[in-house]
Design a protein around this ligand. Structure first.
Ligand code: NDP
Length: 486
């Protein structure tokens, strides 16, 4: 209507509301956290971590080599035998509670640092990553003295040293997902954060020091893939936990095969978010946006395939386009920002390549008017319609803010299309009918099925996949099983 102000009108624009970065002082150099103290890599090698929103360097970080992996595993083994395993669970719990409390107390530091190093909006690091990380430590602290009641027999035992390799999409949160259950169960840890996002894991190491955690119980080795591979291959490691790409997950499964090491893999996904024509559409639109544009779509369980019932497709797409036009892309430290920076140039190249393939294969591409900053790594929120199941954008994990839209007519067709993927991590169902939700949940081959919501996480709830999405569960009582010899 003429004269009606649109949300995109400059007159209605938000004033910038940047979170101050002054809360955090980033050191020019960081070492490895081994045996309770920071030290340089044995061979002195380093790499630079940058701010993906500006491409400015943030810090030089030690690159761990084989000698450092040996030292960290030796420290973790000694701490396991001398201190952590013999310690009563109630005492271990106190350390975990302490870590949880300090993460809460230093939440702003963690949130700012995560947004600087990863590129995610401060609203997400502040409201999702950091509170959930603290919640994981609180939750597993509660299990530390109750392991004999967790359903794994009367006297479950810890395994020993856990080698844990994590990705860049939720750096602090994945560290918490790995460390909290391992420590609660009585294991010691060597954690390898991703090369592009080492800083919050190093701040967490500082928190471990602050909490008085005995030296060697947690060790953090920064480095690249070779550091992760050396950790996974180390004979002193009894348990390997990995979150990342399916390709590297397969390499790790091959490296661990034939050894006594226990393995859990949390890999990629290509989740279907299924919207029926009787769904509460306003909520469904928010769920679709949250499903694929949260964290720039760098989410293993992202709802990257929208399956919308044909009878509702026009109205859903119309509303979705209008909603996308209100998303704000830009400075990750601005509290108004919805879409931050892509984490790395490599990831941006991958997103561009797959999106170009979508167009080349005949799908229709749409993005709202959106000005991308000149420096840094950015990709506008994008929708593809007219997608067929054979298109690469319907089959491959894009891991970016790109939604592929397909339609269906019947519930059976929705299930067939949703399951037509080698992955099996998550799915979403939007409908008014409870019976239909249950019918679909029984048939969708996914580790997690959300109903009338999406991307909902709770430390008490197990999470994990099937098939090429990996195996094992993290979170909840189930998450303890991976760290116990039961
Ligand atoms: P990777 O799987 O390569 O990285 C995950 C972690 O594993 C990082 O810490 C990485 O180190 C480390 N690593 C790499 N190679 C090895 C190895 N051979 N042995 C042991 N550890 C290793 O993911 P990428 O960062 O390369 O991302 C590639 C794609 O993977 C993305 O485009 C996305 O599709 C998918 N992905 C999925 C994630 C998920 O949660 N399911 C998370 C991240 C990515 P380093 O970072 O230093 O290379």
């Amino acid at each position: 209507m003429a004269g009606t102000p649109q949300l995109t009108d400059p007159a209605w624009a938000y004033a910038p509301a940047p979170e101050s970065a002054a809360i955090i002082s980033i050191a020019p150099e960081y070492g490895l956290f081994i045996d309770g103290r920071m030290r340089p890599a044995a061979d002195g090698r380093q790499f630079t971590t940058i701010n993906p929103a500006t491409e400015e360097p943030l810090a030089r970080v030690a690159r761990a080599g084989q000698a450092d992996v040996d030292a960290a595993v030796a420290a973790a083994t000694a701490a396991f035998e001398r201190v952590w395993r013999p310690m009563p669970g109630a005492e271990r719990a106190k350390y975990l509670y302490r870590i949880a409390r300090i993460v809460q107390e230093r939440a702003r530091e963690f949130a700012v640092l995560e947004s600087l190093d990863n590129g995610k909006p401060i609203r997400e690091s502040r409201d999702v990553d950091v509170p959930l990380a603290a919640a994981h430590f609180f939750y597993y602290a509660g299990w530390a003295d109750k392991l004999e009641h967790a359903g794994f027999g009367p006297a479950p035992r810890p395994l020993g040293v856990a080698g844990q390799v994590i990705p860049w999409n939720f750096p602090l949160l994945m560290a918490a997902w790995k460390l909290a259950p391992a420590l609660a169960a009585g294991n010691t840890c060597v954690l390898k954060p991703a090369e592009t996002t080492p800083l919050t894991a190093l701040l967490l190491a500082e928190v471990c020091q602050q909490a008085g955690l005995p030296p060697g119980v947690v060790n953090v080795l920064t480095g690249a893939g070779a550091t992760g591979a050396a950790l996974v291959a180390h004979p002193g490691v009894r348990k390997v936990a990995f979150t990342g790409s399916t390709q590297v997950g397969k390499q790790i499964a091959a490296a661990v095969a034939g050894t006594p090491k226990k393995l859990t893999l949390e890999l990629g996904g290509k989740a279907a978010n299924i919207v029926f024509d009787d769904a509460p559409l306003d909520q469904a639109i928010e769920g679709i946006v949250n499903g694929i544009f949260f964290n720039q779509g760098h989410v293993c369980c992202a709802g990257s395939r929208l399956l919308v019932q044909e009878s509702a497709a026009d109205v859903v797409l119309d509303r979705l386009r209008r909603r996308l036009a209100t998303l704000r892309l830009g400075d990750p430290l601005d509290k108004n920002t919805d879409i931050g920076a892509i984490n790395s140039r490599e990831q941006l190249t991958k997103i561009r390549e797959l999106s170009d393939a979508g167009e080349a294969e005949g799908a229709q591409r749409w993005s709202p008017p959106c000005q991308l900053p000149e420096r840094g790594f950015w990709f506008a929120p994008t929708i593809f319609t007219g997608v067929s199941q054979s298109h690469r954008i319907a089959r491959e994990e894009i891991f970016g803010p790109v939604l592929s839209v397909l339609t269906f007519r019947t519930p059976a067709e929705a299930v067939a299309k949703a399951n037509n993927t080698p992955y099996g991590l998550s799915a979403g169902v939007w409908t008014d009918k409870g019976s239909r939700i249950l019918w679909l949940a029984q048939r969708l081959r996914a580790g997690v099925v959300w109903a009338n919501t999406f991307n909902k996480f709770d430390p008490a709830s197990p999470f994990g996949g099937y098939r090429e999405s990996g195996y094992g569960r993290e979170g909840g009582r189930h998450g303890l099983a991976a760290y116990l010899d039961a």
